[in-house]
Design a protein. Structure first.
Length: 236
């Protein structure tokens, strides 16, 4: 009797790193964040036998696969031949409980947080899909909760700030200095909602592309279309 084995391999992982949420099920970050693919992505998943799960603190996207050079068990390639440039888009919605524990703006109306693997921000082997923290500019407007850098320190806005008011970073009624300087979701990750164009209102959009990356370590596939299964990180 012939045995038919169906193999699934990780296409990519997105780690949502947050000190307030551990990987334990009782304190999962996914109790506070809802993740869903948009309509185009759901259709893409059907074409190429792709699926996803939210496990611990990671969005795990996996694809049906087969051995690239049997009988060697590694590497693997996609079972269905990929014949197009594609984008996997996840929409993230969050609870008030999450925003209360996180230095973020109230995104979803005029702007959304936008994360993509078309970026080059590798730090200590971590493949971040956030932008480096932008430098403070008194001529800019800032939403409540956004983070900027100034003179080697990080600050978060305590209330909305209008560019016309030219509020200094030293004004403690508007800015709070953070204790540590590290990679974290920040003001640079906010994009105009009309530009990102999510199919429904959401807090953030994650776009993962199979072409056009700026750094090959962000690639989904190797030169022979082998699966590379990268791990990306979004630190909150």
């Amino acid at each position: 009797m012939d045995v038919i084995k169906t193999i699934y391999t990780e296409l990519f992982n997105v780690k949502l790193a947050h000190k307030a949420y551990l990987s334990a099920k009782g304190n999962s970050i996914f109790n506070q964040i809802q993740v869903a693919p948009d309509e185009n992505t759901r259709a893409l998943f059907k074409r190429y036998e792709i699926d996803y799960r939210c496990i611990d603190n990671r969005i795990v996207c996996f694809i049906r696969s087969e051995l690239l050079s049997p009988p060697a068990k590694e590497p693997k390639k996609s079972y269905v031949l990929l014949v197009e440039a594609f984008k996997v888009r996840f929409l993230l919605k969050v609870t008030r409980g999450f925003t209360d524990k996180t230095q973020v703006a109230s995104a979803g109306v005029k702007s959304v947080y936008y994360f993509t693997n078309k970026i080059n921000n590798v730090q200590s082997s971590n493949k971040y899909i956030i932008k480096p923290i932008e430098n403070f500019n008194a001529a800019n407007s800032y939403d409540d909760g956004t983070i900027v850098n100034s003179a080697g320190a990080s600050f978060t806005a305590l209330q909305p700030i209008k560019s016309a008011d030219s509020i200094a970073i030293t004004n403690t009624a508007f800015w709070k200095k953070l204790l540590t300087v590290e990679q974290v979701v920040n003001n640079a990750d906010l994009q105009d909602i009309a530009v990102v164009n999510p199919s429904e209102n959401c807090f953030a959009v994650v776009d993962i592309f199979n072409t056009g990356t700026l750094n090959t370590s962000y690639n989904l596939f190797g030169s022979s279309l082998q699966l590379l299964s990268p791990l990306y990180t979004i630190p909150f």
